[in-house]
Write a protein that binds this ligand. Sequence first.
Ligand code: X2X
Length: 343
Amino acid sequence: MTTRFVSALAAGLAVLALGVTVPASAQDYKPEYKVSTVLGAPFPWGLSAERWADLVKERTNGRIVMKVYPGAQLVGGDQTKEFTSMRQGVIDMAVGSTINWSPQVKELNLFALPFLMPDHKAMDAITEGAPGKTLFEIVAQKDVVPLAWGENGFRELSNSKRDVRTPDDLKGLKIRVVGSPLFNETFTALGANPTQMSWADAQPALSTGAVDGQENPLSVFVAAKLHTLGQNHLTLWGYVADPLIFAVAAPVWKTFSPEDQKIVREAAIEAGVYGKRLSRSGITDEDPATLKEIEGHGVSVVVLTPEEKKAFQKATKPVYDKWKTRIGKDLVDAAEKAVAESR
Ligand code: X2X
């Protein structure tokens, strides 16, 4: 045996030995991990995904490089296929809305139950409490590792036709909705005419008047400049909200060393907190900057009184009850309890 061969053999054995003691070496890692989102920067959603990627790159010294692909482009714009594509290995990671994953994870419809959550405190009580934990366990059973909660936000109603203050005002309005059949049923119960389509299709549909209205958080209304698409009537009714979930496909997650898993998880939690802060800024009584900006564009903003809200709640109650059974009575009971305790 030549000396060179011996040293090559020794090096090879050393690598093998390392392979045994270190679960995943940097050599196993992909050069880039694809992170799917629907909204990119400057939406809070996209900014929080980028924050996640930046923190991970910095703290792993570049071992893990994540690239954000907004616009659901990894699934050809069909955001309701995001979860399935993660399971199929097309998408490595995602910051996904509970709405978009609800066709595959029916329990995530919880957040779309009309008027379950009166405010951010109620929402946090669910995500940070027992129901949030249960939901993460359910997602984890489907080969997707959920790491942290983020936020798209409370979804407010806009349209190009008239102020909406009562369910009657919604009669006959064509409203673009997304994701789950629950949204169709809610708007049908209110007398509107809902049409399900992706966010990519929604914008042209609003601009041509193919649909009259839509529902999305105020941070989205502003960043997407929906007032330029004819959306000049806005009703603040806070009927549902969509949290975001920071997640990694299980086969990818398993390749990460425990040290890197810890970094990726902690970075997701931090990015989630950052995203929640962004999504909530400017939309409260104490900090109404976003609302003022929207009004400044000539949008008529209707803020429902608790009494006015009740009429919408009453009209959608049968939908709530039907979906409570579908989602799972125990889970919804636990969420209702968490909300009640947050008062
Ligand atoms: O499509 C929408 O309305 C959006 C951007 O809010 C979601 O992806 C749920």
